[in-house]
Unconditional design. Structure first.
Length: 382
């Protein structure tokens, strides 16, 4: 009998869905008898699109628009308001989740989202008390209270850093409930490093294979800061990835072009472009930083008033592991890029010491958590 696993995600920021897809791919290889379902949380709790009718935006779309335009100041305050709204609507949200699980009868639920873990845990506990609930942090650290880790819940917490594991312990979780992996979840393609003829590929892209090359990446929706970076580094060979932000890609192409700058839109082959580059420049997102480090790139990232609260610890992680440089503004970039390139061998050594196998470790942990016998549903036991 197949074991039914639900991976809960949403599309705010992109990293949650990416992690779910990565787990789904590895589970298909490692546990072929599992039936995996990806569940967009907002399609369950807001199936009638009340929020969109009220505001004109789906919650995910509004968040992604802010990322795209760089409107990240003030998100900490908005987060508190959002969490208060969740608390006020807790009974309604739990009712919807209970109905969903009554109809779908999963054997294991894996949350890849913050903010809703109290709602989902309590609903699952009440509806299907024998089914394990697991939260997998897709951030390097929690942003307490009530972000990723809810205190004293009878569940598992999977963390990608020692710091996040210590946060879970401080919230009442014992060693058996906390699972620490070696990093953030990456897509399996990052572990299938293809042989790339760098010289030929650079010629195809119109770039100089003999010049140090930086990859500039600000998540799946880009950032207007990339326009400033292009102006600040006209003589550095750079590959800019604007992601789904077509407007940004057009603006960058229209801006005084540098012969050393290549602008790309969305690409599924980001791992291959990372293989061509020598260093990374971008925001301190857990996914982008982890991908760059895994592909051997020292990083240059930013910490300032616009840094999202849940990403601030990531810059500490970079500094503590000597993986690159953390700066406050684009104006510092010219000198910092030169400093990183002057000391590139040392930074590369530290980067290569990070061995992230998290996606495989998470799946192995889920196999240990999965009930050996299918738990009876609440309907059967009531």
């Amino acid at each position: 009998m197949a074991h039914d696993v639900q991976l809960i995600y949403f599309n705010a920021g992109g990293g949650h869905r990416s992690a779910a897809l990565a787990l789904q791919e590895v589970i298909a290889q490692a546990q072929p008898d599992w039936a995996v379902t990806l569940v967009n949380l907002f399609e369950v709790i807001d199936s009638d699109r009340y929020y969109q009718k009220l505001t004109g935006f789906a919650p995910e779309d509004l968040y992604n628009m802010r990322l795209k335009r760089g409107w990240t100041r003030g998100l900490a305050t908005e987060l508190k308001l959002f969490q208060a709204m969740i608390r006020l609507t807790l009974p309604t949200l739990k009712k919807k989740m209970r109905s969903f699980w009554r109809n779908t009868q999963p054997h294991l639920v894996v949350s890849l989202v913050p903010n809703f873990n109290k709602v989902m845990y309590e609903a699952l506990r009440d509806e299907l008390p024998g089914v394990p609930y697991v939260t997998v942090l897709t951030d390097m650290a929690d942003y307490p209270p009530n972000f990723w880790i809810e205190p004293n819940q009878g569940q598992y917490i999977i963390c990608g850093t020692e710091f996040a594991a210590s946060q879970a312990a401080s919230q009442g979780y014992d060693a058996a409930s906390i699972i620490q992996t070696s990093g953030m979840i990456l897509r399996p393609s990052f572990y299938r490093k293809s042989c790339v003829d760098k010289g030929q590929r650079f010629v195809e892209l119109g770039l100089d294979p003999n010049r140090p090359t930086g990859l500039v990446l600000f998540g799946g929706h880009g950032s207007n800061d990339m326009l400033k970076i292009a102006k600040a580094l006209p003589d550095r060979q750079l590959i800019f990835v604007a992601g789904h932000n077509n407007t940004l890609a057009q603006k960058m192409a229209a801006q005084s072009p540098s012969m050393y700058h290549l602008v790309l839109g969305f690409t599924k082959d980001i791992d291959q472009f990372m293989q061509l580059c020598d260093y990374f420049v971008g925001k301190p997102g857990p996914g982008s930083l982890s991908e760059a480090v895994h592909m051997g790139l020292p990083v240059i990232t930013f910490r300032n008033a616009a840094t999202m609260p849940q990403e601030r610890y990531n810059t500490t992680w970079v500094e503590e592991n000597q993986l690159g440089k953390v700066i406050g503004s684009v104006s510092e970039l010219p000198g910092v890029v030169e400093a990183v390139l002057d000391d590139l061998t040392r930074y590369q050594k530290h980067v290569q010491e990070i061995n992230n196998q998290a996606v495989f470790e998470v799946v192995a942990s889920l196999a240990q958590i999965m009930p050996k016998q299918t738990p009876k549903s609440a309907l059967q036991t009531s």
